[in-house]
Design a binder for this molecule. Sequence first.
Ligand code: 5GP
Ligand code: MN
Length: 341
Amino acid sequence: MPATDALPAGQAESFDAITSLIERSERIAVCAHTSPDGDALGSQLALIELIERTWPEKDVRGLLADDDVVPRIYQFLPGSERLVRARDYAEDPDLFVCVDLSQPDRLNEAAAVLGRSARVAVLDHHPSAAPFWDAGVVRPSAAAAGVIVAEYALHLAGALTETMAQCLLCALVTDTGRFQYQNANGEAFRVASALVDAGASPSEVSLHVYQSDRVSYLHLSATVMGRITTFEQGRIAYSYATMADLEANAVPVAECDGLVDIVRRVDGCEIALFLKEVPGGKVRGNLRAKSDRDISVVAREMGGGGHPAAAGFTVEGDIDQALAVVLPKLRALYAEGEGGR
Ligand code: 5GP
Ligand code: MN
């Protein structure tokens, strides 16, 4: 684990600014992004535990941005049962802490709580547009928000509990695709090592997140696999799932996060796209890059965002309509890259 004095320039000072915001606050709401993943939930739960242990007198609540439950595969995370829907939280917090998010449009129902909050802090690793917080660390070179929360915990408390370590390991494992994506840097491995030393269990994380698929989900995966289509000499690959597919297999939308990983498995594909229909006549897109092409540009053009190698978006319409808009953009991105080579 990097010692506090090895933190990137300015990070210790920003951590101290977050600490003084917490010290000045009685009611604190901690929230992660809509459609929460392992990093969002793991980082959020670890931060809640850290604040509660450091300042037991404070009223700390964990909010879910959506009107939904914690995805099944993340319910093993210690503390997940205490997260409440933002819509059910009626208070006006002194401090709103965003974790794994630095764009208010990713807050869904929790945006109303942000609007009622006196101050805002952020711990995140997304490339962000306009800062809206009073204090924060937003460092895109961190593989996961969990890296930043781990560094904050060590900076503040000097140690991690076993439960915090478990939550944070889940954050790192999921956001690095089991340490296989381009963001799996030395820092990610060093932090992971410290987390395991603090009691986190890689096999338990793996058991719940990667080895607990329902048979119905695997059947849906087979459908998605069977539909994989490639073009540009196999450099771009996509697949999709309709509402009818999800209903036929009784798979909740929130449990489809892993399907884009099936598409990225295609040999030689540089850009992977997975589309799924979601309630409200919308389509959610997951984009992944296996080369250095920055697919977040396309995600932003589609009204979403994310990292250069992993980004997402939501658009109105059905799968055909979404494909008609996004495929030309992916072709253009690919052609641009070829021109520059
Ligand atoms: P995923 O495809 O797994 O939903 O998201 C990949 C990455 O892009 C995640 O870091 C996620 O937070 C970010 N992302 C996904 N969808 C959106 C979006 O609609 N807006 C923004 N700003 N980021 C997104
Ligand atoms: Mn993340």
